[in-house]
Design a protein around this ligand. Structure first.
Ligand SMILES: Cc1cc2nc3c(=O)[nH]c(=O)nc-3n(C[C@H](O)[C@H](O)[C@H](O)COP(=O)(O)OP(=O)(O)OC[C@H]3O[C@@H](n4cnc5c(N)ncnc54)[C@H](O)[C@@H]3O)c2cc1C
Length: 644
């Protein structure tokens, strides 16, 4: 299939404006004849639902939590980027675009990334108008800090709770429309299938998580804003409930899945402490504005530290290796995440790691506290320090934090064109669940920017263009396509409940996570990936033979919910491995050990791999079809990334 990205003609900086003029409009009186389903109430979903309802469409909004404001977005800590150039430090729309393309290791679509940078400035205005309490300078102007992969300060923040404050803003907008009756909210409701009628997305099948009832909802278009799939690794910084089911089931109904192997491993997380852990905690990248990353210079000192023979304070300045500052003087501790993570792994693999397991490096605030005072550091990062102290029982004001990389974000997702439409007409994907803007590595503070850009500023234009071309006639949920999907969902639930095997769902999930982390994690190679594929298939067979799902369908049954999600992860994991195996290059978060520069940096192969890999479903266990969207770089020059 030829993938049409639908990128408008014309100069980069004019494409979006031109497109906004060219798209068809739906007049106000007609908007109320159309229904749109929005699955997800994180930043992408809440902003999309509120804006579309504000425009006059009838919206049905779904989430699996008890309240839309509990979406995973609420966990976002460090900030949101925007090219406002309030600091007058050389920022511009073009620079944000350029940093994002370079940060993504030249594997994203230029036009989308440029549009993202363009609308970033509107997002801040929108959120301020909603009352989002961004941090301010003494004089009242909005404050900024720096994030990785940038040499300017363009990150807007609300202490370490930016996601929460932004979501409260979007949630208020959502509630306003719920009160007006333009949005009908379905909490505690999980989408388990997409319904396609005559080649167009016309609805979804859901399970009511309280009663177990399987129900259908029809609409003229469906938007998925269902977040990322990092939990395929079992341990990640994502909310425990984050999953791939909605996107995965849409994939099985014809939506292509793009670049599934592009996973972001975040460098600053609290290290794993034991086998029985089920969650990892992020220490925001914003901390690298002031914290300095280091390990002992020698293996011997690291060993003595691990054995408790010396304390961290005993290690003289001259015996510390601030390896990021040493290797990347231009960006120092603020190199992009993939670079920082790989370097942490490298020093730990050399035996210079710290902490009981040796799988940690220090993030040290001593110098910043001495320079700016404890109060200033506490004002910027207080809640993060508190969180760290609660989890580790160590005081980060007095001794350096210990951090290690952990799975955090997925750049891959449903393939979308410039309008954010998937390969199924009428099915859109926005926020983390699409693949669109970050290439092979997302820069810090750019996920919130993308989710809100998609929801507040892109979809409201592009979806009208689609609806304006279709009649407002409704498809009833008595249509055979709905019946068929409902039966398939009910049968799958029944199958899961009837196996009555000997292993828990979590046990399978954990084993899958080990396979993914060991062979498709921070470093990958052909041998490991080939083994992983076999192991995942074996595990999937075991799951369908031996999983134990307790309880019944007709009640709240979180084991059944989880079983459905893990069943999908067991299929998605294999696709991630296939994608990683086929991509014979390293780029961003995808590091193939066979392809690295003499200095151990990611070595791209632009001649053969400057494309988006969009996979097409052909049946579980069958080889998926690879479709390629060639990436054209007309405005930036492809170079080896350098942060030195
Ligand atoms: C700890 C942490 C800190 C972060 N900090 C930052 C930061 O400072 N800056 C930044 O830019 N990014 C940050 N990120 C990344 C960012 O938070 C996410 O990428 C972003 O919030 C995703 O938003 P979303 O709207 O796409 O999806 P989500 O917020 O994940 O929302 C998904 C929604 O979909 C719903 N859903 C999912 N599946 C179904 C289904 N089958 N049926 C019904 N509903 C469903 C859920 O109920 C939920 O409402 C952070 C991530 C983590 C984990």
């Amino acid at each position: 299939m030829i993938l049409e990205s639908k990128v408008p003609e014309g100069p980069l900086a004019e494409k979006w404006d031109k497109h906004k003029f060219d798209v068809k409009l739906v007049n106000p009186a007609n908007k109320r004849k159309y229904e749109i389903i929005v699955v997800g109430t994180g930043l992408a979903g809440a902003s999309a639902a509120a804006t579309l309802a504000e425009l006059g469409y009838n919206v049905k909004s779904f989430c699996f939590q008890d309240s839309p404001r509990r979406a995973h977005s609420i966990a976002a800590q460090g900030g949101i980027n925007a090219a406002k150039n309030y600091q007058n430090d050389g920022d511009s729309v073009y620079r944000l675009f350029y940093d994002t393309i370079k940060g993504g290791d030249y594997r994203s679509r230029e036009a989308n990334t440029y549009r993202l940078a363009q609308v970033s400035v509107n997002i801040i205005d929108q959120c301020v108008a909603q009352g989002v309490p961004f941090a301010r300078e003494y004089g009242g102007l909005l404050a900024n800090r720096s994030f990785g992969g940038a040499q300017v300060s363009r990150t807007f923040y609300a202490r370490g709770q930016t996601g929460q404050q932004l979501l409260l803003g979007a949630y208020s907008a959502l509630n306003r429309q719920i009160a007006y009756g333009k949005i009908k909210m379905y909490p505690r409701t999980e989408m388990l299938d997409l319904v396609v009628v005559d080649g167009q997305a016309r609805g979804i099948v859901v399970r009511n998580l309280i009663t177990g009832a399987v129900e259908s909802h029809s609409a003229h278009a469906v938007i998925l804003t269902t977040g990322g799939y990092g939990n395929v690794f079992f341990l990640s910084t994502n909310a425990m409930g984050s999953n791939a089911t909605a996107a995965w089931r849409a994939y099985k109904k014809g939506a292509f899945f793009a670049n599934p192997c592009y996973t972001q491993i975040h460098p600053t997380c609290i290290p794993v402490s034991g086998e029985y852990q089920s969650k990892l905690t992020l220490m925001s990248e914003s901390l690298r504005n002031d914290g300095r990353v280091w390990v002992p210079k020698t293996v011997e000192t690291a060993q003595r530290l691990r054995k408790g023979e010396i304390k961290v304070g005993d290690i003289a300045e001259a015996d510390r290796d601030y390896y990021l500052e040493r290797k990347y003087p231009a960006f120092g501790n603020l190199v992009p995440r993939d670079v920082a993570s790989r370097n942490a792994k490298q020093v730990c693999d050399e035996g210079r790691g710290v902490g009981a397991t040796g799988l940690a490096v220090f993030l040290d605030f001593a110098e910043a506290i001495k320079r700016d005072g404890l109060n200033a550091i506490s004002q910027k990062y207080g809640n993060l320090f508190e969180m760290y102290a609660k989890i580790t029982d160590e005081n980060p004001y007095e001794r350096p934090m210990r951090i290690y990389p952990a799975v955090h974000y997925t750049m891959g997702g449903l393939w979308v064109d410039y309008n954010l439409m998937t390969t199924v007409p009428g099915l859109y994907a926005a926020g983390e669940c699409n693949f669109s803007d970050h290439g092979a590595n997302r820069l810090g503070a750019s996920a919130l920017m993308q989710g809100l850009a998609d929801g507040y500023f892109v979809l409201p234009y592009t979806i009208g263009d689609y609806l304006a071309r279709m009649p407002s006639t409704k498809v009833g949920t008595d249509h055979p396509a709905f019946r068929e999907a409902e039966q398939a969902v009910a049968a799958k639930n029944q199958q899961l409940l009837s196996i009555n095997g000997s292993r828990t769902v979590d046990d399978f999930h954990k084993e899958l996570g080990h396979i993914m982390w060991n062979y498709c994690g921070m470093a990958r190679n052909a041998e490991g990936l080939t083994l992983a594929k076999k192991e995942i298939r074996r595990l999937r067979d075991d799951f369908w033979r031996d999983v134990k799902v307790t309880g019944v369908n007709e009640e709240l049954n979180q084991t059944l919910e989880k079983a459905n999600r893990v069943a999908d992860f067991l299929e998605l994991g294999e696709l991630m491995v296939d994608d990683a195996l086929h991509r014979e290059e390293s780029c961003g978060g995808h590091f193939r050990e066979e392809h690295q520069t003499p200095e151990n940096e990611a070595l791209r192969d632009d001649e053969n791999f400057a494309y988006v890999a969009a996979w097409e479903f052909t049946g579980v266990g069958n080889k998926p079809v690879l479709n390629k969207e060639e990436l054209a770089f007309e405005n930036v020059k492809l170079t080896q990334r350098s942060y030195k």
